[in-house]
Write a protein that binds this ligand. Structure first.
Ligand SMILES: [Zn+2]
Length: 184
């Protein structure tokens, strides 16, 4: 078909989306033959598109849209947002601002983005990253409970490094090598 998939991106909830001729579609179901059915994201619209499994080719489009296409600015914004959120949660050592700068340099349509978009990107990126880190304990009790639960993660020299009998006991940091050194 003579149609053009300009972008593939993900929604906030991780659902796949594609832009076909400036209309936005989200993944609806997969057929037995692995082709995928996408639906127009406008709830009042019933247009569906059939795509190959790799989301590169549109096999057919069913129906007529009952509304105008999405403006291109919106699509650019969503594409860049989903890319940045993926990068910020896989490349944990990179500062969000640096990732944004890189992305804006590489994005051919970056003139569609405004300062407020960039602020929104940064905010969502920090949120996305916060979700994958353990939460910071708010009291000594909470800190000790977390330490006790995760004591297997404390390792030094491939030996256990944190010793606690219970959540309320004092944590002792040492390993067998240290102890035998002190004993000798
Ligand atoms: Zn539609």
């Amino acid at each position: 078909m003579d149609v053009n998939i300009s972008d593939v991106f993900e929604t906030r909830r991780g659902k796949k989306c594609v832009a076909i001729n400036s209309y936005k579609f989200s993944e609806f179901r997969e057929n037995k033959d692995t082709t995928k059915i996408f639906r127009c994201t406008n709830r009042k619209c019933t247009v569906t598109a059939k795509l190959t499994a790799n989301l590169k080719t549109v096999i057919s489009i069913n129906g007529e849209h009952s509304h105008n296409e999405l403006v291109e600015e919106n699509i650019t914004k969503q594409t860049v947002m989903s890319l940045l959120k993926r990068k910020v949660t896989t490349d944990l050592n990179m500062k969000p601002n640096k990732l944004i700068r890189q992305e804006l340099r590489n994005c051919p349509k970056s003139d569609h983005l405004s300062h407020s978009d960039v602020r929104l990107f940064r905010k969502s990126m920090y949120e996305a990253r916060r979700k994958i880190f353990p939460k910071i304990p708010k009291s000594l009790l909470e800190a000790k409970a977390m330490m006790f639960q995760n004591k297997k993660d404390f390792v030094s020299n491939n030996e256990p490094f944190c010793f606690m009998d219970s959540e309320s006991s004092i944590p002792i940091f040492t390993n067998t090598t240290n102890m035998s050194l002190l004993n000798s």
